[in-house]
Design a protein around this ligand. Structure first.
Ligand SMILES: Cc1cc2nc3c(=O)[nH]c(=O)nc-3n(C[C@H](O)[C@H](O)[C@H](O)COP(=O)(O)OP(=O)(O)OC[C@H]3O[C@@H](n4cnc5c(N)ncnc54)[C@H](O)[C@@H]3O)c2cc1C
Length: 210
C-alpha cells in the first residue's frame, strides 16, 4: 500500500495570492502577514483559495481500502487500472498483524493485536496463495480476465491516479485519520497527509485538525 505524489501545482503563496485577487494584489514572497491571512481563511471556511493548490497521487491499496477511499467524491478525479485489461500477477495486501474485535463500541472497528495473530497469518497466506493459483489457472485456460478476477480476495491491491485540491485532501484526512476510521485507511491517509504538508505547510496546518 502506498501513495506517491507524482505532480502538484502551487503552495501556500498560491492560496494567499488567490485570496488577494479580489484586491488586484499579488506577492512574490510569503511572509508572516500571509500566515495570518491563511489562518483567517481556513477558520472562516473560505475554501476556494485552497482549491487552487492541486496535487496528483499514484495510490496503491487493497480493494477494501479503495472502496472506503472512493467515498470521498467531491473534487476528486480518478482513473484506475482494470483487471479486465492488465495481465501482471495481482499483488495481495498482507497485514502486519490481526486485530481483535473491539471491546467497546463496534464503531471503533478493532482493538489490540489478536492473541492468535500468527496462526491467522499462516492460514491467510495459504488462502491467498490458493486464490492466486486458481486465478492464474483460469487465465491460462482462456477464461475471460473480467470473470477470472471474481476469485481474487478483497485484499487484492488496485492502483489509481488521483487528482484533487489541498482542501479536498484536508477534508479526507480529517475524516480518515480519526480513531474510528479503519487502521489501514488511516495508514494510507497518513501517507497522503505527509506529502500534502510538504507542498503547503502553513495551509495544511490550518486546514487539518487531526
Ligand atoms: C469512520 C467512517 C465510517 C464510515 N462508515 C460508512 C458506512 O458504514 N457506510 C457508508 O455508506 N459510508 C460510510 N462512511 C462514508 C461516509 O458516509 C462518507 O461517504 C465519506 O466519509 C465521504 O464523506 P463526504 O460525503 O463528506 O465526502 P464527499 O462525497 O467528497 O463530499 C464532500 C462534502 O460535499 C458536500 N456534498 C456532497 N454531496 C453533496 C450533495 N449531493 N448535496 C449537498 N452537499 C453535498 C457535503 O458537505 C460533503 O461533506 C464512513 C466514513 C467514515 C469516516
Amino acid at each position: 500500500m502506498n501513495a506517491v505524489l507524482i505532480d502538484w501545482m502551487g503552495g501556500d503563496l498560491t492560496a494567499v495570492n488567490s485570496a488577494r485577487c479580489s484586491f488586484a494584489k499579488k506577492k512574490d514572497v510569503f511572509d508572516e502577514k500571509d500566515e495570518r491571512l491563511i489562518r483567517y481563511l481556513a477558520s472562516h471556511k473560505h475554501w476556494t483559495p485552497f482549491g487552487h493548490i492541486i496535487l496528483q497521487f499514484r495510490i496503491t491499496a487493497p480493494i477494501f481500502v479503495a472502496r472506503q477511499w472512493y467515498r470521498h467524491t467531491v473534487g476528486f478525479a480518478r482513473n484506475e487500472e482494470s483487471r479486465r485489461y492488465i495481465r501482471n500477477e495481482p499483488s495481495v495486501f498482507h497485514p502486519t498483524n490481526w486485530r481483535s474485535k473491539p471491546e467497546g463500541s463496534i464503531k471503533q472497528g478493532s482493538g489490540s493485536v489478536h492473541q492468535d495473530s500468527h496462526f491467522w497469518d499462516k492460514d491467510y497466506k495459504d488462502l491467498v496463495d490458493r486464490s492466486l493459483r486458481f486465478y492464474n489457472k483460469m487465465i491460462e485456460d482462456g477464461v475471460a480476465p473480467e470473470q477470472a478476477r471474481m476469485v481474487l480476495p478483497q485484499a487484492t491491491e488496485t492502483s489509481w491516479v488521483e487528482t484533487a485540491s489541498l482542501y479536498a485532501y484536508a477534508r479526507l484526512c480529517n475524516e480518515r485519520m480519526q480513531p474510528d476510521a479503519q487502521v489501514e485507511i488511516r495508514d494510507l491517509a497518513e501517507m497522503v497527509y505527509n506529502q500534502c504538508r510538504d507542498v503547503a505547510p502553513v495551509s495544511w496546518k490550518e486546514l487539518v485538525y487531526v
